[in-house]
Design a protein around this ligand. Structure first.
Ligand SMILES: *Cc1c(COP(=O)(O)O)cnc(C)c1O
Length: 217
């Protein structure tokens, strides 16, 4: 699918849901993609990108930033505590705050650096043992703890279980956000971004539909 086609589909989904045009941001997930593919999307004017791994992001994006203005980078993968500083230095948003130890690390570094990217708390909506994120039942308390640490919590993020209807997961995430007064909803990927828009996603994270299949590493 072309970038334009995806943007059109997002606009159509916004209109259908009675949402305003442009209320969903498209994060182009460039992890593991060859630089030529990323360059091509940058040349089409797109500026919001997502990366899973801090090291890969640090290897890839400084050079692109010399070439293109206004790049906004989102870290969307699980984050080790010892990578928190590098992630904060690189990214405008981090979508994977999922444990209190990481919240304390962000708080300490934010004090030291005088700035902090927008943070999204990952919620494990399907309570899958192998998946990161706070459990839905612990989400309210975790949000409160993070806010009490003065962290800039912009919203919530989820990755629904594969092979399940994502709708109940998107709805659950929206409900948790609403009752905690959070506006941001990072949800929806290549296979389900229109469904996510229908459920109020403010950020969809779309990789393979834009760039093509990921080349195995
Ligand atoms: C890889 C990834 C995506 C994009 O997945 P696609 O199916 O290629 O769109 C979105 N979110 C997260 C957290 C990812 O790791």
């Amino acid at each position: 699918m072309s970038l334009l086609e995806i943007k059109k589909r997002i606009s159509a989904a916004e209109a259908k849901a009675g949402r305003s045009d442009g209320s969903t941001k498209l994060i182009a997930v460039s992890k593991v993609q060859p630089n030529e593919r990323v360059q091509a999307i940058l040349e089409q004017g797109h500026r919001i990108y997502g990366e899973n791994r801090v090291q890969e992001a640090a290897d890839k994006w400084p050079a692109f930033r010399e070439q293109f203005d206004g790049i906004e980078l989102h870290i969307i993968g699980p984050l080790q505590t010892n990578k928190a500083r590098a992630a904060m230095e690189l990214a405008q948003a981090i979508h994977t705050l999922d444990r209190i130890k990481l919240a304390h690390m962000f708080a300490r570094l934010a004090q030291e650096m005088g700035a902090c990217p927008d943070l999204y708390i990952q919620v494990n909506t399907g309570a899958e043992p192998q998946k990161a994120g706070v459990l839905p039942a612990s989400a309210d308390a975790f949000i409160a703890e993070s806010v009490a640490l003065d962290l800039p919590v912009a919203g919530l993020m989820c990755i629904p279980p594969v092979n399940e209807d994502p709708s109940p997961h998107f709805k659950l995430l929206g409900d948790i956000a609403a009752r905690n007064g959070l506006n941001g909803l990072s949800m929806g990927m290549s296979g389900d971004f229109e469904t996510a828009v229908a459920h109020g996603a403010t950020h969809v994270r779309v990789g393979s539909a834009i760039f093509g299949d990921r080349v195995p590493t």
